[in-house]
Design a protein around this ligand. Structure first.
Ligand code: AMP
Ligand code: GLY
Length: 422
């Protein structure tokens, strides 16, 4: 089988690494490039926003299956465009991808169908939003832009003045453009967070895998939000009862509601959930694998991945074909100094060949004639599975310093709270 993967981060490297282990996969092409992917797949550079160009290249290469990594092309309708050409795609249609690309769409879906989530109201008028916000009080609210904002569309104001500034920044100054033309003022909820992933063809779905992601840049959850600095699985609070609650109250009703709504969801459903005192509540849905969560999902996955992707594309998924290893895992992201703000590119990386006891996935790296250089803020990801979190952590932190480039840094507390619970 010839498989084509769209995207160029560590998430796509992990998917391609896992696909390369399937005996029925004999060719992998990646639309996107990094130094790790180019070791195991043919790579073609594309503009990820240019759906027409992507369509043309895919038709030319005639793959048996296409797997879409990032949310951008899914929200822009790449699945619909390729399906029109009878090409099999793993990933939701444009209308189903709204579960991520429009927070108002997903909030309405949840509120209308009694799927547990924080209550929210929607605004396009700053005055009305400010008045509603002041009435509720800044500390009871979260402000969210409706559209995609690369992780920069959620605000937790720390005063009424700041709340007013954020609302004006979005609705009057339109700093996030079309993504912030409508906003949600959502009730603030509290509790530990977990990302829950399930493969689904819209009706059948796999047993979920639960992963805790670290979004802030520095140890102890300090500093600005990032795309994700590391993660671990399973969470220390995860058990069968919580998993069943999430299946029965969130995953199953969400898929049913998407069907009822004429927007059936096929792909990997990613629910961002907060475990509150009154039970699990959804804070967001995504329509794709998380990054760096995928760098643990792929090593934990048991089954034939290309077959699962293809069965889902054909809407005949047998959920028994997916199971998870009975292991515990940690992954840590190695970043370039300055990330998530400005950082240098083109820094020479050494020591990659010294990594022996961990999986190493490339994010922002580039191969030049005789060296590997940095090409992004998140540069490399180390993943490890072992019998407990303490061992996985120790395997990673023993090796990560072998990789060197100017200004590199990583969080040292990934998985620590789970280790402290063992
Ligand atoms: P999101 O981009 O929707 O995942 O939101 C980013 C972060 O904002 C989440 O990881 C939460 O920590 C926080 N957040 C989002 N919604 C809420 C909420 N309703 N109450 C409290 N915190 C929230
Ligand atoms: N790690 C968070 C995300 O992929 O959205």
């Amino acid at each position: 089988m010839k498989v084509l993967v769209v995207g160029s981060g560590a998430r796509e490297h992990a998917i391609i690494w896992r696909l390369s282990k399937d005996i029925n996969v004999d060719e992998i092409i990646c639309l996107g490039q990094n130094a790790g992917v180019s070791e195991i797949a043919k790579t073609i550079q594309v503009d990820i926003e240019d759906i027409a160009q992507i369509r043309e290249i895919i038709i030319e290469n005639n793959p048996d299956l296409v797997v879409i990594g990032p949310e951008g092309p899914l929200s822009n309708g790449i699945t619909d465009v390729l399906s029109d050409e009878n090409i099999k795609v793993f990933g939701p249609t444009k209308s189903a991808a709204q579960i991520e690309s429009s927070k108002i769409f997903s909030k309405k879906l949840m509120l209308d169908n009694n799927i547990p989530t924080a209550y929210a109201e929607f605004f396009n008028n700053a005055e009305k939003a400010i008045s509603y916000g002041k009435n509720k009080g800044f500390n009871n609210l979260v402000i969210k832009a409706d559209g995609l904002a690369a992780g920069k569309g959620v605000f937790l104001p720390s005063s009424n003045e700041e709340m007013e500034e954020i609302i004006k920044m979005l609705l009057v100054e339109k700093k996030l453009g079309a993504s912030g033309e409508m906003i949600l003022l959502e009730d603030r909820i509290y509790g530990p967070e977990v990302s829950v992933f399930s493969f689904t063809d819209g009706t059948n779905f796999s047993s979920p895998i639960a992963i805790c992601d670290y979004k802030r840049v520095h140890d102890n959850d300090l500093g600005p939000n990032t795309g994700g600095m590391g993660c671990y699985t399973p969470p220390e609070f995860w058990d069968e009862s919580l998993s069943n609650q999430i299946i029965n109250k969130i995953i199953s009703p969400t898929l049913n509601s998407m069907n009822k709504n004429q927007t059936p969801f096929q792909g990997i459903l990613y629910a961002g959930i907060m475990i509150t005192e009154s039970g699990p509540q959804v804070i967001e849905f995504n329509c794709r694998f998380g990054d760096p969560e995928c760098e643990l999902i792929m090593p934990m996955f048991q089954g034939n991945l290309s077959e699962v992707f293809l069965d889902i594309a054909n809407q005949k998924f047998d959920s028994k074909k997916v199971s998870w290893k009975n292991k515990k895992g940690v992954c840590v992201v190695l970043c370039s100094g300055g990330y998530p703000n400005s950082y240098k590119k083109g820094l020479e990386i050494s020591g990659i060949d010294k990594i022996k006891y961990n999986l190493l996935f490339h994010a922002g790296t580039k191969k030049t004639e005789n060296k590997i250089i940095t090409d992004g803020g998140r540069v490399l990801v180390l993943s490890n599975l072992d019998e407990n979190i303490m061992k996985s952590r120790s395997n990673i932190y023993k090796e990560i310093d072998k990789i060197k480039f100017e200004g590199s840094f990583y969080r040292k507390d990934i998985g620590l709270r789970a280790e402290n619970n063992e």
